[in-house]
Ligand binder design. Structure first.
Ligand code: ADP
Ligand code: MG
Length: 302
């Protein structure tokens, strides 16, 4: 017997490196009307590196001490920014201290007690959130300036706060994935609509990356619930939305989208479980290929 078209399309997608979880998903892939991409770990490699360390003048921390405490707090986190902080600390031969009480807030950052000190590492929005508790040394203004410079340069800025002292800023740089721009072009041609960017990162870094890949519609600074709201807004006009993401923080939006697609080797367990399909080896160019496959299979089914 010949295999039904949707099943052979699933097998074919598998050969392209895309795991499609059911025939229904395979069929719906062909209906995709707009694609939304997460940024970090999806359009970028998700292996950022620390490019600069800016301790505040009044904070009294050296580069190494700032990095060591930040690494202690980030140790339990599975976020790509945490991996970058740990890698930089290890590269400097720093012993990474244990975190006693660890908490993470999706889209914001982490907090932990490191050697008796309360350490926060995360989004510059934390500065505003924590302002009432901060020991004012004139440091918040210095930190904001360092954050602005980093973000204007397309970097992701992360703030470090130690025992309510604004201690410094880490500037991180990430790399675009191969074929990100040609994938955006191919998806625009296939769906008739340009893909959009939805990210928790800052507007500066988001805009810069969007320009590089040819995306014009950018939604930055989004918390996980904002990503869900954005998916619903895109669906508002009756469009079928496919979202590609990788992180724990993307799971609610992957579930909300008509189709959720996770990046395989970089994806969190939750994203992989929630997604309808998985780009196993993180090759973006397989996405338009599989949508085209789905369309062909549907024509054979009907
Ligand atoms: P994206 O949507 O681009 O994948 P995320 O939602 O994962 O980004 O993160 C958004 C922002 O939250 C980051 O740019 C960073 O400022 C902050 N953040 C989240 N988790 C961490 C962490 N573990 N360490 C430092 N910053 C973090
Ligand atoms: Mg991500």
């Amino acid at each position: 017997a010949t295999m039904p078209p949707l099943l052979s399309a699933i097998a074919n997608a598998g050969r392209h490196g895309v795991l499609v979880k059911s025939a229904v998903v395979m069929e719906r892939l062909g209906d995709t009307q707009v694609v939304a991409f997460d940024k970090t770990g999806t359009l970028t490699e998700g292996t950022p590196r620390i490019a600069e360390i800016h301790p505040t003048l009044g904070g009294g921390f050296s580069d190494g001490e700032l990095l060591r405490l930040a690494a202690g707090a980030e140790h339990p986190s599975e976020h790509p920014l945490a991996a970058a902080v740990l890698a930089a600390a290890r590269q400097r031969g720093l012993a990474i201290p244990a975190a006693d009480t660890f908490a993470s807030t999706p889209g914001r950052g982490v907090s932990a007690t490191v050697q008796g000190r309360l350490v926060w590492v995360g989004s510059p929005a934390l500065l505003a959130d924590l302002t009432p508790t901060l020991t004012d040394t004139g440091a918040p203004a210095q930190m904001t300036a360092a954050v602005d410079t980093a973000e204007a340069g397309g970097r992701t800025a992360v703030v470090v706060i130690v025992d309510n002292i604004p201690a410094g800023v880490l500037a991180l740089a990430d790399q675009l994935r191969p074929y990100a721009a040609s994938t955006v072009t191919a998806l625009t041609a296939l769906t008739g609509t340009a893909p959009v960017l939805v990210t928790g990162d800052n507007p500066g870094a988001a805009r810069r990356l969007a320009d590089e890949v040819g995306i014009t519609e950018v939604h930055a600074g989004l918390l996980p619930t904002d990503k869900v709201a954005r998916v619903h807004a895109l669906q508002g006009d009756g469009r079928r939305v496919l979202l590609v993401g990788d992180g724990v923080n993307d799971a609610p939006a992957l579930a909300a989208a008509d189709l959720g697609v996770a990046m395989g080797s970089h994806g969190s367990d939750l994203a992989l479980q929630t997604a309808d399909a998985v780009i196993v080896r993180d090759e973006l160019s397989t996405l338009p290929a599989v949508i085209a496959l789905a369309r062909r299979a549907r024509r054979l089914v009907v």
